[in-house]
Design a protein around this ligand. Structure first.
Ligand code: ACO
Length: 345
């Protein structure tokens, strides 16, 4: 089959799949993050490639990004975020029934990052595996956790988004190197009171757009093509349009399924890919920026970690209160997308 790099989901829209949460409700009981100490500013990047602080700030909203030291593993960062989330939720690792890690930058094909985290936390016996859906991985993993709690196959689930994307960046490519950063965020899910927690979901993928965001040989992938140094590549402007469109459609879907109006969203925590994407979608959804969590200026795009990192900051700053309607929404390579509306417990 021919490889199309100019496929546009926006102009060839797919029907969205959305559903109301069913069964025993689950909610987020605690969140935690870890970001590497080392920071790369736009001014640092100016010295490394043909770019400028002005261009990066104006086109993306990014000022800085955290970059892991050479040799840092995804599982170490994931474990640090997990420990913080467990502490916030007052949950012992021994009580975990399941550990899910969303990542596109694991330390190798296997064992999974989740099993390495399980080992670090000394939580043997829980079910642990990775979910790979690029920047949507965290939302997909959350939906799996919610399903297991809803059907009473698990009570306490740890969900992590962790990325060392700097290993997948070509620092001579100004089109991608300035965008991404490293980090990890985690959430602990537990059963909730009736009417609280996750209310609705919208999840989907459109593989026809697989060539829009890639890492390694576009046709065969990195392994079959023996691509030893796969780097992130994307059709930026097309992904931009897709992202704005899917953010709006997902917000509309999950609110409709939960039976609330768009203006009843108290906080939207979007995947942090580009400030202009978030701003454009928020305007069209009709949400003022006071009701949107944005921290892309500090972290850049941390893929699966970006939603939990932004959520933790919002919780820490007292922007999320019991009873608030919180919208989490992501999109990414695949193409993939996922959103959930929850009533904060
Ligand atoms: N510094 C200076 N100039 C640059 C830089 C840079 N870092 N990067 C690109 N340019 C130049 C280009 O070469 C181009 O120059 P030209 O007009 O002379 O050809 C010009 O800027 C405009 O380039 P565009 O790519 O059209 O710039 P755009 O405004 O679209 O911004 C960006 C690019 C930031 C990538 C934007 O398209 C975007 O954010 N897209 C969405 C990406 C995304 O969300 N990806 C998520 C998926 S990630 C995942 O799943 C792992």
């Amino acid at each position: 089959m021919a490889i199309s790099t100019n496929y546009r989901t926006r102009s060839d829209a797919v029907p969205l799949r959305s559903f109301k949460a069913k069964g025993r409700p689950s909610a987020i009981a605690g969140v935690g993050v870890y970001a590497p100490e080392r920071v790369l500013t736009n001014f640092d990047l100016e010295k490394m490639m043909d770019t400028s602080d002005k261009w990066i700030t104006e086109r993306t909203g990014i000022h800085r990004r955290h970059i892991a030291d050479e040799g840092t593993t995804t599982f170490e960062m994931a474990t640090r975020a997990a420990r913080a989330a467990l502490e916030a939720a007052e949950v012992s690792p021994k009580d975990l029934d399941m550990i899910l890690v969303g990542t596109s930058s694991p330390d190798g094909p296997f064992p999974s990052v989740a099993c390495r985290v399980q080992n670090e936390l000394d939580a043997p016996g829980s079910v642990a595996w990775d979910t790979l859906a690029a920047c949507t991985s965290f939302v997909y993993a959350l939906s799996i956790a919610d399903s297991f709690i809803a059907t009473e196959r698990a009570d306490t689930v740890l969900v992590i988004g962790a990325e060392v994307l700097s290993r997948l960046l070509d620092f001579t490519d100004r089109g991608t190197a300035v965008i991404f950063g490293d980090g990890a965020g985690a959430a602990v899910l537990k059963p909730a009171q009736e009417g609280a927690g996750f209310l609705s979901w919208c999840l989907g993928s459109d593989g026809r757009g697989f060539a829009q965001v890639t890492c390694g040989n576009i046709e065969k992938g990195a392994y079959a093509a023996k691509d030893a140094n796969p780097y992130i590549d994307m059709v930026g402007p097309d992904v931009f349009k897709f992202a704005v469109d899917i953010f709006i459609r997902q917000a509309t879907e999950v609110c409709a399924k939960a039976g609330i109006a768009l203006d009843e969203i108290d906080l939207w925590v979007p995947h942090q890919a580009n400030f202009r994407i978030i701003d454009a979608a928020a305007r069209r959804i009709g949400l003022p920026m006071e009701r949107v969590a944005v921290n892309i200026d500090e972290y850049g795009n941390t893929s699966s970690a970006s939603i939990p990192i932004a959520l933790e900051e919002a919780v820490r700053k007292g922007r999320v209160n019991s009873g608030d309607h919180v919208l989490l929404a992501g999109f990414g390579s695949g193409l993939t997308w996922g959103a959930t509306l929850l009533k904060w417990a």
